[in-house]
Ligand binder design. Structure first.
Ligand code: NAD
Ligand code: WQD
Length: 336
C-alpha cells in the first residue's frame, strides 16, 4: 500500500514526509508536486535525514490524466493533500489562478480518488477560514474568508463536507493550521519562500541573515500585550506529527471533520523579534509602520479537539521554533 502526498516537496509536506518515514510500518510514499514552489533538492535532503527514498512524480494536480496515471500505477490507500498556492496578496492579484489551482485541482484529485475508490483524505486547511471571529477559535464557529486564498480553503472545505455527506465511505480530516514556523532540527529542510517573504518568520530570518535590511512591523496600536499582532505559531514538526496522527485516526472519523492544529498560545510580533535576536545573536532592525489591511489583532486556537480526537498536542515551545528556524536559515542562507 502507498500513501500519496500532494505538494510533498513543499515546506509542510517535506516535514510530514520525514515524520511518516520514521514510522515502523514502512508504507511506500509517493509525492506528486509540480515544483511551482519547491525544489527536487528537498528529496535529497529527506533521504539524508531518513535514509529512505520516496517515489517522486512531477505532475500538476489539475492534470486529470497525470493524476489518473498515478493511481493506476500505485496502490494508493490514502492521500495527504498539501498542493496549492498560498500567498494571500498574490491571490487578490491573480484570483483565477488561485481558484483554478486550489479548487479545480482539488476537485480533479477528488474525482480521481473516487474513481479509484480511495476515500481516505487529510486536507491542509487554514485558520484563515475563521474570518474575524474572536480568539480562541474553535471548530464550531462560523466560517468566512476575506481574500481569494482564504475563499479557496473555504470552498474546498464545503466541497469536502458535501462529498462526505453524499457517500459515507469517505473519511476526511480537514486540518486547520495556525501559523507554522520552525524547521527540522537537522537544519536540512525548512521554509524556502520565493522572492520577498509574505510571512513574519521567514522575513525576520532573512533580516537576521543579512538578506533583507529591515523588518516592517505592521502596527503597534492593537489591543494586545505590546500593541503588535498576536498569532498562534506552531512548530512545523508538531504540525507534521499532527498529520501522522490524523492519518492513523482516520478510521475514527466518519464523514468530514474540521480540526484545529495550533498550540492555543499567542505570541506578539515584538516577542518574536526579541526572541529571534536573543537566539541568533544578530541585530534585527525594524520599523513600526501602519497596520496591514485585513490583519486581526489576535488569532489563536482552541486546540482541544485535536487532543480529544487524535491524541495530539503541540510539544515544541517558541525557543525551539526559533532556534530551529535560525539553524535552517543560517546554514542555508539562500535556501535550497
Ligand atoms: P508550499 O508552497 O511550501 O507547499 C505547497 C507545494 O504544493 C509546493 O511544493 C508546490 O510546488 C506544490 N503545488 C502547488 N500547486 C500545485 C499543483 N497544482 N500541483 C502539484 N503541486 C502543486 O506551502 P506550505 O506552507 O507547505 O503549505 C502546504 C499547504 O498548507 C497549502 O495548501 C497551504 O495553503 C496550507 N497552509 C499553509 C500555511 C502556512 O502558513 N504555511 C497555513 C495554513 C495552511
Ligand atoms: C503574522 C503577524 C502581521 C509580516 C498568514 C495568512 C494565513 C496563513 C498564515 C495560510 C501579523 C505581522 C507580518 C511582516 C509584520 N496562511 N507581520 N511584518 O497574517 O497570521 O497569516 O499566514 O493559510 O492565511 O493570512 O501570518 O506571518 O503574515 O503575520 O509585522 O513583514 O506578523 O501583521 O500580526 P498571518 P503572517
Amino acid at each position: 500500500m502507498s500513501l500519496l502526498i500532494t505538494g510533498g516537496t513543499g515546506y509542510i509536506g517535506s516535514h510530514t514526509v520525514v515524520e511518516l518515514q520514521a514510522l515502523a510500518d514502512d508504507q511506500d510514499i509517493v509525492i506528486v508536486d509540480d515544483l511551482s514552489n519547491s525544489s527536487t533538492k528537498v528529496l535529497d535532503r529527506i533521504k539524508k535525514i531518513t535514509g529512505k527514498t520516496v517515489t517522486f512524480i512531477k505532475a500538476d494536480i489539475c492534470d486529470y490524466d497525470a493524476m489518473n496515471a498515478v493511481f493506476e500505477q500505485h496502490d494508493i490507500d490514502a492521500v495527504i493533500h498539501f498542493a496549492g498556492h498560498k500567498a494571500v496578496g498574490e491571490s487578490s492579484e491573480k484570483p483565477l489562478s488561485y481558484y483554478y489551482n486550489n479548487v479545480s485541482g482539488t476537485v480533479i484529485l477528488l474525482r480521481v480518488m473516487a474513481e479509484h475508490k480511495v476515500k481516505n483524505l487529510v486536507f491542509s486547511s487554514s485558520a484563515t477560514v475563521y474570518g474575524d471571529n474572536v480568539s480562541p477559535l474553535n471548530e464550531k464557529m462560523t466560517t468566512s474568508a476575506t481574500n481569494p486564498y482564504g475563499q479557496t480553503k473555504l470552498m474546498i472545505e464545503h466541497i469536502l463536507f458535501d462529498l462526505a455527506k453524499s457517500d459515507s465511505d469517505w473519511s476526511i480530516a480537514c486540518l486547520r493550521y495556525f501559523n507554522p514556523i520552525g524547521a527540522h532540527n537537522s537544519g536540512l529542510i525548512g521554509e524556502n519562500p520565493n522572492g520577498i517573504p509574505n510571512n513574519l518568520l521567514p522575513y525576520v530570518a532573512q533580516v537576521a541573515v543579512g538578506r533583507l535590511a529591515q523588518l516592517q512591523v505592521f502596527g503597534d496600536d492593537y489591543d494586545t500585550v505590546d500593541g503588535t499582532g498576536v498569532r498562534d505559531y506552531i512548530h512545523v514538526v508538531d504540525l507534521a506529527q499532527g498529520h501522522v496522527k490524523a492519518l492513523q485516526n482516520l478510521n475514527k472519523i466518519s464523514g468530514c471533520k474540521a480540526i484545529n492544529l495550533g498550540t492555543g498560545n499567542g505570541t506578539s510580533v515584538l516577542e518574536i523579534v526579541n526572541t529571534f535576536k536573543e537566539i541568533s545573536g544578530q541585530d534585527i532592525p525594524y520599523k513600526i509602520v501602519p497596520r496591514r489591511a485585513g490583519d486581526l489583532a489576535a488569532v489563536y486556537a482552541n486546540a482541544d479537539l485535536a487532543n480529544e480526537l487524535l491524541g495530539w498536542q503541540a510539544t515544541r515551545n517558541l525557543h525551539t521554533m526559533i532556534s530551529d528556524t535560525w539553524r535552517w536559515q543560517s546554514e542555508n542562507p539562500q535556501g535550497f
